[in-house]
Design a protein around this ligand. Structure first.
Ligand code: PLP
Length: 449
Protein backbone atom coordinates (compact mmCIF):
# COMPACT_ATOMS: atom_id res chain seq x y z
CA UNK A 1 0.00 0.00 0.00
CA UNK A 2 0.94 3.65 -0.24
CA UNK A 3 1.80 3.97 3.45
CA UNK A 4 3.89 0.81 3.47
CA UNK A 5 5.86 2.05 0.52
CA UNK A 6 6.33 5.47 2.06
CA UNK A 7 7.03 3.91 5.47
CA UNK A 8 10.17 2.29 4.06
CA UNK A 9 11.72 5.71 3.93
CA UNK A 10 11.58 6.16 7.67
CA UNK A 11 15.03 6.15 9.22
CA UNK A 12 15.62 4.77 12.70
CA UNK A 13 16.49 8.09 14.33
CA UNK A 14 13.46 9.74 12.87
CA UNK A 15 11.30 6.86 14.08
CA UNK A 16 12.62 7.18 17.65
CA UNK A 17 12.03 10.92 17.69
CA UNK A 18 8.57 10.53 16.19
CA UNK A 19 7.62 8.06 18.92
CA UNK A 20 8.82 10.34 21.70
CA UNK A 21 6.96 13.35 20.27
CA UNK A 22 3.82 11.32 19.61
CA UNK A 23 3.83 10.04 23.17
CA UNK A 24 3.06 13.53 24.47
CA UNK A 25 1.79 15.61 21.51
CA UNK A 26 -1.21 14.20 19.61
CA UNK A 27 0.30 13.01 16.34
CA UNK A 28 3.65 14.36 17.52
CA UNK A 29 2.78 17.90 16.42
CA UNK A 30 1.03 21.10 17.38
CA UNK A 31 -0.46 21.63 13.90
CA UNK A 32 -1.44 18.74 11.62
CA UNK A 33 0.46 19.37 8.36
CA UNK A 34 3.75 19.18 10.27
CA UNK A 35 3.17 15.44 10.74
CA UNK A 36 3.88 14.70 7.04
CA UNK A 37 0.70 12.66 6.65
CA UNK A 38 0.50 13.97 3.11
CA UNK A 39 3.91 12.64 2.08
CA UNK A 40 4.72 9.86 4.56
CA UNK A 41 7.74 9.51 6.82
CA UNK A 42 8.65 11.37 9.99
CA UNK A 43 10.45 14.71 10.18
CA UNK A 44 13.11 15.39 12.76
CA UNK A 45 12.58 18.42 14.98
CA UNK A 46 13.93 21.70 13.67
CA UNK A 47 16.94 23.06 15.52
CA UNK A 48 17.39 26.46 13.90
CA UNK A 49 17.07 28.47 10.71
CA UNK A 50 18.89 31.38 9.12
CA UNK A 51 18.12 33.11 5.85
CA UNK A 52 16.76 30.57 3.36
CA UNK A 53 18.18 27.56 5.21
CA UNK A 54 16.52 25.48 7.92
CA UNK A 55 18.50 22.98 10.02
CA UNK A 56 17.13 19.85 11.64
CA UNK A 57 18.09 18.15 14.90
CA UNK A 58 20.66 15.98 13.10
CA UNK A 59 22.40 19.10 11.80
CA UNK A 60 21.19 18.64 8.22
CA UNK A 61 20.55 21.83 6.26
CA UNK A 62 17.65 22.29 3.87
CA UNK A 63 16.79 25.09 1.52
CA UNK A 64 13.43 26.06 3.02
CA UNK A 65 10.46 26.45 0.67
CA UNK A 66 7.96 26.53 3.53
CA UNK A 67 9.11 29.68 5.32
CA UNK A 68 6.81 29.05 8.29
CA UNK A 69 3.92 28.75 5.82
CA UNK A 70 4.52 32.21 4.47
CA UNK A 71 5.37 34.17 7.61
CA UNK A 72 9.09 34.09 6.91
CA UNK A 73 9.00 36.47 3.96
CA UNK A 74 12.27 38.26 4.78
CA UNK A 75 14.15 35.02 5.51
CA UNK A 76 14.75 33.33 8.85
CA UNK A 77 16.32 35.29 11.70
CA UNK A 78 16.75 38.48 9.66
CA UNK A 79 19.09 40.71 11.71
CA UNK A 80 16.73 43.71 11.57
CA UNK A 81 13.82 41.62 12.84
CA UNK A 82 15.85 39.86 15.51
CA UNK A 83 17.22 43.13 16.86
CA UNK A 84 13.74 44.70 16.91
CA UNK A 85 12.46 41.70 18.84
CA UNK A 86 15.38 41.90 21.28
CA UNK A 87 14.81 45.59 21.88
CA UNK A 88 11.08 45.10 22.41
CA UNK A 89 11.59 42.12 24.71
CA UNK A 90 13.98 44.02 26.93
CA UNK A 91 11.33 46.73 27.35
CA UNK A 92 8.79 44.26 28.72
CA UNK A 93 7.06 41.28 27.14
CA UNK A 94 3.42 42.20 27.53
CA UNK A 95 1.43 44.96 29.17
CA UNK A 96 -2.23 44.35 28.41
CA UNK A 97 -2.38 47.99 27.38
CA UNK A 98 -1.89 49.81 24.09
CA UNK A 99 1.57 50.69 22.78
CA UNK A 100 2.66 53.12 20.08
CA UNK A 101 4.03 50.28 17.95
CA UNK A 102 0.55 48.73 17.61
CA UNK A 103 -0.72 51.96 16.09
CA UNK A 104 2.34 52.10 13.82
CA UNK A 105 1.77 48.55 12.57
CA UNK A 106 -1.92 49.26 11.91
CA UNK A 107 -0.97 52.46 10.02
CA UNK A 108 1.63 50.52 8.06
CA UNK A 109 -1.10 48.07 6.99
CA UNK A 110 -3.55 50.83 6.03
CA UNK A 111 -0.92 52.79 4.11
CA UNK A 112 -0.25 49.76 1.89
CA UNK A 113 -3.81 48.47 1.63
CA UNK A 114 -6.41 51.25 1.28
CA UNK A 115 -9.55 49.17 2.05
CA UNK A 116 -8.08 48.53 5.52
CA UNK A 117 -9.53 51.79 6.86
CA UNK A 118 -9.47 50.52 10.42
CA UNK A 119 -7.53 47.63 11.88
CA UNK A 120 -7.85 45.35 14.90
CA UNK A 121 -4.83 43.26 15.76
CA UNK A 122 -5.32 39.70 16.96
CA UNK A 123 -2.88 36.82 17.37
CA UNK A 124 -3.89 34.28 14.69
CA UNK A 125 -5.51 34.17 11.28
CA UNK A 126 -8.20 31.97 12.80
CA UNK A 127 -9.23 34.75 15.17
CA UNK A 128 -9.16 37.28 12.35
CA UNK A 129 -11.58 35.39 10.08
CA UNK A 130 -13.76 34.35 13.02
CA UNK A 131 -14.09 37.98 14.04
CA UNK A 132 -14.78 39.06 10.46
CA UNK A 133 -17.75 36.65 10.35
CA UNK A 134 -19.05 38.00 13.65
CA UNK A 135 -18.88 41.58 12.39
CA UNK A 136 -20.62 40.61 9.14
CA UNK A 137 -23.41 38.81 10.98
CA UNK A 138 -23.87 41.72 13.34
CA UNK A 139 -23.90 44.26 10.52
CA UNK A 140 -26.45 42.34 8.44
CA UNK A 141 -28.52 40.59 11.10
CA UNK A 142 -28.17 37.46 8.94
CA UNK A 143 -26.65 34.04 9.64
CA UNK A 144 -25.46 32.40 6.43
CA UNK A 145 -21.79 32.48 5.40
CA UNK A 146 -20.78 31.47 1.88
CA UNK A 147 -17.35 29.87 1.51
CA UNK A 148 -15.67 27.93 -1.28
CA UNK A 149 -14.64 24.29 -1.17
CA UNK A 150 -10.92 23.73 -0.57
CA UNK A 151 -10.32 27.24 0.74
CA UNK A 152 -8.98 27.48 4.27
CA UNK A 153 -9.73 30.27 6.69
CA UNK A 154 -8.46 28.83 9.96
CA UNK A 155 -10.12 26.45 12.37
CA UNK A 156 -13.13 28.26 13.81
CA UNK A 157 -16.21 26.00 13.67
CA UNK A 158 -18.11 27.91 11.00
CA UNK A 159 -15.15 27.83 8.61
CA UNK A 160 -14.11 24.20 9.12
CA UNK A 161 -16.52 23.03 6.45
CA UNK A 162 -14.94 21.74 3.21
CA UNK A 163 -11.70 23.52 4.09
CA UNK A 164 -8.28 22.97 2.52
CA UNK A 165 -4.76 22.93 4.04
CA UNK A 166 -4.28 20.08 6.56
CA UNK A 167 -7.86 18.95 5.99
CA UNK A 168 -7.10 18.23 2.35
CA UNK A 169 -4.85 15.32 3.34
CA UNK A 170 -6.29 14.31 6.71
CA UNK A 171 -9.02 12.12 5.25
CA UNK A 172 -11.55 14.13 7.26
CA UNK A 173 -13.15 16.54 4.80
CA UNK A 174 -15.11 18.22 7.57
CA UNK A 175 -13.88 18.31 11.12
CA UNK A 176 -15.61 16.18 13.73
CA UNK A 177 -16.90 18.22 16.63
CA UNK A 178 -18.55 20.92 14.53
CA UNK A 179 -22.27 20.91 15.27
CA UNK A 180 -24.81 20.40 12.51
CA UNK A 181 -26.37 23.71 13.48
CA UNK A 182 -23.10 25.60 12.88
CA UNK A 183 -22.34 23.72 9.64
CA UNK A 184 -25.87 24.44 8.42
CA UNK A 185 -25.12 28.17 8.41
CA UNK A 186 -22.08 27.69 6.18
CA UNK A 187 -22.92 27.32 2.50
CA UNK A 188 -20.10 25.74 0.49
CA UNK A 189 -19.78 26.41 -3.24
CA UNK A 190 -17.27 25.18 -5.84
CA UNK A 191 -14.52 27.77 -6.29
CA UNK A 192 -14.79 29.97 -9.35
CA UNK A 193 -18.27 28.68 -10.25
CA UNK A 194 -20.19 31.73 -11.44
CA UNK A 195 -23.51 29.88 -11.85
CA UNK A 196 -23.38 28.30 -8.40
CA UNK A 197 -22.68 31.71 -6.89
CA UNK A 198 -25.42 33.60 -8.75
CA UNK A 199 -27.91 30.80 -8.00
CA UNK A 200 -27.00 30.89 -4.30
CA UNK A 201 -27.66 34.63 -4.21
CA UNK A 202 -30.86 34.31 -6.25
CA UNK A 203 -32.24 31.70 -3.87
CA UNK A 204 -30.81 32.72 -0.51
CA UNK A 205 -29.56 36.29 -0.98
CA UNK A 206 -31.59 37.75 1.87
CA UNK A 207 -30.08 35.20 4.30
CA UNK A 208 -26.42 35.67 3.30
CA UNK A 209 -24.39 37.66 5.83
CA UNK A 210 -21.06 37.31 4.03
CA UNK A 211 -19.04 35.69 1.31
CA UNK A 212 -15.50 34.82 2.36
CA UNK A 213 -12.75 33.86 -0.05
CA UNK A 214 -8.96 33.76 -0.11
CA UNK A 215 -7.62 36.68 -2.17
CA UNK A 216 -5.42 34.03 -3.79
CA UNK A 217 -6.51 30.50 -2.86
CA UNK A 218 -3.34 28.83 -1.60
CA UNK A 219 -4.48 26.10 0.77
CA UNK A 220 -5.20 23.50 -1.91
CA UNK A 221 -2.12 24.53 -3.85
CA UNK A 222 -2.14 27.94 -5.47
CA UNK A 223 -5.13 28.79 -7.65
CA UNK A 224 -5.24 31.88 -9.87
CA UNK A 225 -8.60 33.54 -9.18
CA UNK A 226 -10.63 33.38 -12.42
CA UNK A 227 -10.93 36.77 -14.14
CA UNK A 228 -13.95 38.70 -12.91
CA UNK A 229 -14.80 36.28 -10.10
CA UNK A 230 -14.06 38.67 -7.25
CA UNK A 231 -15.81 41.54 -8.98
CA UNK A 232 -18.89 39.34 -9.32
CA UNK A 233 -18.80 38.48 -5.59
CA UNK A 234 -18.36 42.15 -4.80
CA UNK A 235 -21.36 43.14 -6.97
CA UNK A 236 -23.61 40.38 -5.61
CA UNK A 237 -22.71 41.31 -2.03
CA UNK A 238 -23.38 44.98 -2.63
CA UNK A 239 -26.73 44.32 -4.34
CA UNK A 240 -27.90 41.96 -1.61
CA UNK A 241 -26.48 43.87 1.36
CA UNK A 242 -23.98 41.13 2.24
CA UNK A 243 -20.40 41.68 3.40
CA UNK A 244 -17.48 40.65 1.17
CA UNK A 245 -14.64 39.28 3.31
CA UNK A 246 -11.31 38.85 1.55
CA UNK A 247 -8.93 36.59 3.45
CA UNK A 248 -5.37 37.79 2.89
CA UNK A 249 -3.88 35.89 5.84
CA UNK A 250 -1.57 34.03 3.47
CA UNK A 251 -1.51 36.32 0.43
CA UNK A 252 -1.39 39.68 2.22
CA UNK A 253 1.84 41.60 1.54
CA UNK A 254 3.09 38.34 -0.04
CA UNK A 255 1.33 37.81 -3.41
CA UNK A 256 2.25 41.44 -4.09
CA UNK A 257 2.68 44.74 -2.19
CA UNK A 258 -1.08 44.96 -1.55
CA UNK A 259 -1.73 41.24 -1.49
CA UNK A 260 -3.96 39.39 -3.93
CA UNK A 261 -6.41 42.29 -3.99
CA UNK A 262 -3.65 44.70 -5.02
CA UNK A 263 -2.80 42.57 -8.06
CA UNK A 264 -6.40 42.88 -9.28
CA UNK A 265 -6.61 46.57 -8.37
CA UNK A 266 -3.51 47.26 -10.47
CA UNK A 267 -4.90 45.25 -13.40
CA UNK A 268 -8.23 47.12 -13.15
CA UNK A 269 -6.52 50.49 -13.08
CA UNK A 270 -4.34 49.52 -16.06
CA UNK A 271 -7.48 48.48 -17.96
CA UNK A 272 -9.31 51.69 -17.06
CA UNK A 273 -11.80 49.91 -14.78
CA UNK A 274 -12.88 51.07 -11.34
CA UNK A 275 -11.32 48.56 -8.88
CA UNK A 276 -13.58 46.58 -6.57
CA UNK A 277 -12.77 46.56 -2.86
CA UNK A 278 -13.30 44.17 0.03
CA UNK A 279 -15.60 45.24 2.87
CA UNK A 280 -13.53 43.35 5.41
CA UNK A 281 -10.09 41.85 5.02
CA UNK A 282 -7.99 39.56 7.20
CA UNK A 283 -4.21 39.46 7.51
CA UNK A 284 -1.74 37.21 9.34
CA UNK A 285 1.59 35.51 8.69
CA UNK A 286 3.66 38.32 7.05
CA UNK A 287 2.33 41.06 9.36
CA UNK A 288 3.78 39.15 12.33
CA UNK A 289 7.06 38.30 10.63
CA UNK A 290 7.13 34.92 12.39
CA UNK A 291 5.52 35.90 15.68
CA UNK A 292 1.77 35.69 16.40
CA UNK A 293 0.14 38.76 14.85
CA UNK A 294 -2.92 38.79 12.62
CA UNK A 295 -5.58 41.40 11.92
CA UNK A 296 -9.12 41.99 10.84
CA UNK A 297 -9.52 45.27 8.98
CA UNK A 298 -11.80 47.05 6.59
CA UNK A 299 -14.54 49.64 6.22
CA UNK A 300 -14.57 51.99 9.18
CA UNK A 301 -18.35 51.69 9.67
CA UNK A 302 -18.05 47.90 9.96
CA UNK A 303 -14.92 47.96 12.12
CA UNK A 304 -16.57 50.45 14.50
CA UNK A 305 -19.10 47.75 15.37
CA UNK A 306 -16.32 46.17 17.47
CA UNK A 307 -16.28 46.64 21.24
CA UNK A 308 -15.67 49.02 22.95
CA UNK A 309 -17.38 51.22 20.30
CA UNK A 310 -19.99 48.72 19.20
CA UNK A 311 -21.83 45.60 20.25
CA UNK A 312 -19.57 43.00 18.61
CA UNK A 313 -17.38 41.55 21.34
CA UNK A 314 -13.78 40.63 20.57
CA UNK A 315 -10.73 40.69 22.84
CA UNK A 316 -7.34 39.10 23.51
CA UNK A 317 -4.90 39.04 26.43
CA UNK A 318 -1.96 39.00 24.02
CA UNK A 319 -3.52 40.96 21.12
CA UNK A 320 -1.02 43.49 19.78
CA UNK A 321 1.70 41.93 21.93
CA UNK A 322 4.68 44.31 21.88
CA UNK A 323 7.32 41.72 20.98
CA UNK A 324 5.17 40.22 18.21
CA UNK A 325 4.28 43.67 16.87
CA UNK A 326 7.98 44.61 16.82
CA UNK A 327 8.70 41.58 14.62
CA UNK A 328 5.80 42.47 12.32
CA UNK A 329 6.75 46.11 12.03
CA UNK A 330 10.41 45.35 11.33
CA UNK A 331 9.34 42.81 8.69
CA UNK A 332 6.91 45.18 6.98
CA UNK A 333 9.55 47.92 6.88
CA UNK A 334 11.86 45.60 4.94
CA UNK A 335 9.15 45.09 2.31
CA UNK A 336 9.88 47.94 -0.08
CA UNK A 337 9.67 48.00 -3.90
CA UNK A 338 13.07 46.32 -4.21
CA UNK A 339 11.90 43.53 -1.92
CA UNK A 340 8.85 42.82 -4.06
CA UNK A 341 10.93 42.99 -7.23
CA UNK A 342 13.22 40.36 -5.70
CA UNK A 343 10.36 38.11 -4.59
CA UNK A 344 8.78 38.40 -8.03
CA UNK A 345 12.00 37.58 -9.83
CA UNK A 346 12.99 34.62 -7.68
CA UNK A 347 9.48 33.11 -7.55
CA UNK A 348 9.10 33.50 -11.33
CA UNK A 349 12.50 31.89 -12.00
CA UNK A 350 11.69 29.08 -9.58
CA UNK A 351 8.29 28.17 -11.03
CA UNK A 352 9.49 28.49 -14.62
CA UNK A 353 12.70 26.56 -13.96
CA UNK A 354 10.92 23.73 -12.17
CA UNK A 355 8.22 23.57 -14.83
CA UNK A 356 10.75 23.50 -17.69
CA UNK A 357 12.66 20.67 -16.03
CA UNK A 358 9.51 18.64 -15.37
CA UNK A 359 8.46 19.17 -18.99
CA UNK A 360 11.83 18.05 -20.30
CA UNK A 361 11.40 14.80 -18.35
CA UNK A 362 7.97 14.33 -19.89
CA UNK A 363 6.20 14.76 -16.55
CA UNK A 364 2.64 15.96 -16.82
CA UNK A 365 2.20 18.91 -14.49
CA UNK A 366 0.63 22.31 -14.09
CA UNK A 367 1.78 25.37 -12.18
CA UNK A 368 -0.75 27.48 -10.29
CA UNK A 369 0.35 31.04 -9.68
CA UNK A 370 -0.73 34.56 -8.80
CA UNK A 371 1.86 37.25 -8.12
CA UNK A 372 4.72 35.73 -6.15
CA UNK A 373 2.59 32.78 -4.97
CA UNK A 374 2.88 29.47 -6.80
CA UNK A 375 2.70 25.71 -6.47
CA UNK A 376 3.25 22.72 -8.72
CA UNK A 377 0.53 20.14 -9.44
CA UNK A 378 1.89 16.83 -10.76
CA UNK A 379 -0.36 14.83 -13.05
CA UNK A 380 -2.60 17.72 -14.10
CA UNK A 381 -2.65 19.00 -17.69
CA UNK A 382 -3.85 22.47 -16.79
CA UNK A 383 -3.88 24.71 -13.75
CA UNK A 384 -6.80 23.69 -11.52
CA UNK A 385 -9.62 25.93 -10.32
CA UNK A 386 -11.83 23.80 -8.07
CA UNK A 387 -11.01 21.40 -5.24
CA UNK A 388 -12.23 18.57 -7.50
CA UNK A 389 -9.68 19.62 -10.14
CA UNK A 390 -6.94 19.69 -7.52
CA UNK A 391 -7.83 16.30 -6.09
CA UNK A 392 -7.07 14.69 -9.45
CA UNK A 393 -3.39 15.55 -9.02
CA UNK A 394 -0.87 12.76 -8.47
CA UNK A 395 -0.18 13.14 -4.76
CA UNK A 396 1.93 9.97 -4.69
CA UNK A 397 4.29 11.42 -7.31
CA UNK A 398 4.44 14.57 -5.19
CA UNK A 399 5.55 12.60 -2.13
CA UNK A 400 8.20 10.87 -4.26
CA UNK A 401 9.43 14.28 -5.42
CA UNK A 402 9.26 15.62 -1.86
CA UNK A 403 11.51 12.85 -0.50
CA UNK A 404 13.89 12.97 -3.43
CA UNK A 405 14.31 16.75 -3.05
CA UNK A 406 14.79 16.30 0.66
CA UNK A 407 17.70 14.02 -0.17
CA UNK A 408 19.06 16.91 -2.27
CA UNK A 409 18.78 19.27 0.70
CA UNK A 410 15.53 20.99 -0.21
CA UNK A 411 12.49 21.26 2.04
CA UNK A 412 9.33 21.36 -0.04
CA UNK A 413 5.97 21.79 1.69
CA UNK A 414 5.09 18.35 3.11
CA UNK A 415 1.82 18.19 1.15
CA UNK A 416 0.77 18.48 -2.49
CA UNK A 417 -1.96 20.88 -1.33
CA UNK A 418 0.23 23.77 -0.22
CA UNK A 419 2.00 26.76 -1.75
CA UNK A 420 5.81 26.87 -2.22
CA UNK A 421 7.22 29.93 -0.46
CA UNK A 422 10.27 32.00 -1.27
CA UNK A 423 11.76 34.83 0.79
CA UNK A 424 14.13 37.77 0.44
CA UNK A 425 16.90 35.34 1.38
CA UNK A 426 16.28 33.09 -1.64
CA UNK A 427 18.75 33.72 -4.44
CA UNK A 428 19.25 32.76 -8.09
CA UNK A 429 21.68 30.14 -6.82
CA UNK A 430 18.94 28.61 -4.70
CA UNK A 431 16.69 28.45 -7.76
CA UNK A 432 19.48 26.57 -9.56
CA UNK A 433 19.71 24.15 -6.64
CA UNK A 434 15.99 23.40 -6.82
CA UNK A 435 16.10 22.92 -10.59
CA UNK A 436 19.13 20.58 -10.25
CA UNK A 437 17.25 18.59 -7.62
CA UNK A 438 14.28 18.21 -9.98
CA UNK A 439 16.72 16.91 -12.60
CA UNK A 440 18.14 14.44 -10.07
CA UNK A 441 14.63 13.27 -9.22
CA UNK A 442 13.59 12.96 -12.83
CA UNK A 443 10.03 12.05 -11.97
CA UNK A 444 10.59 8.35 -11.30
CA UNK A 445 7.25 7.85 -9.57
CA UNK A 446 5.36 10.17 -11.88
CA UNK A 447 6.29 8.07 -14.89
CA UNK A 448 5.27 4.74 -13.45
CA UNK A 449 1.94 3.53 -14.85
N1 PLP B 1 -6.66 32.06 6.34
C1 PLP B 1 -5.76 31.62 5.45
C2 PLP B 1 -5.92 32.00 4.01
C3 PLP B 1 -4.68 30.84 5.86
O1 PLP B 1 -3.79 30.40 4.97
C4 PLP B 1 -4.57 30.52 7.24
C5 PLP B 1 -3.46 29.67 7.72
O2 PLP B 1 -2.79 28.98 6.98
C6 PLP B 1 -5.53 31.00 8.12
C7 PLP B 1 -6.56 31.78 7.65
C8 PLP B 1 -5.45 30.69 9.58
O3 PLP B 1 -4.39 31.36 10.17
P1 PLP B 1 -3.74 30.82 11.54
O4 PLP B 1 -3.06 29.52 11.20
O5 PLP B 1 -2.81 31.91 11.95
O6 PLP B 1 -4.87 30.64 12.51
Amino acid sequence: TKMQRLGLRTLRGEQAWAERAADILPGGVNSPVRAWNGVGGHPLPIASAAGAVITDGAGRDYLDLVDSWGAGIVGHAHPAVVSAVRAAASNGLSFGATTEAEVELAEEIRDRYEPAQKVRLVSTGTEATMTALRIARAATGRDVIVKFAGLYHGHSDALLVAAGSGLATSGVPDSAGVTKAVAADTMVLPYGDVDALTDAFAEHGSRIAAVITEAVPANMGVIAPPAGFHRLISDLCRNEGAVFIVDEVLSGFRAGPAGGWGLERDADIAAGREPWAPDLVTFGKVIGGGLPVAAVAGRADLMDLLAPLGAVYQAGTLSGNPVAVAAGLATMRLLDDDAYAHLTRVSTMMRRGVSAELASHGITHAVGHAGTLFSVFLGLEEAPVTFDDVSRQDALAYSDMFHSLRGSGIALPPSAYEAWFVSLAHTDEHVGKVVDAIIAWGGREAKQP
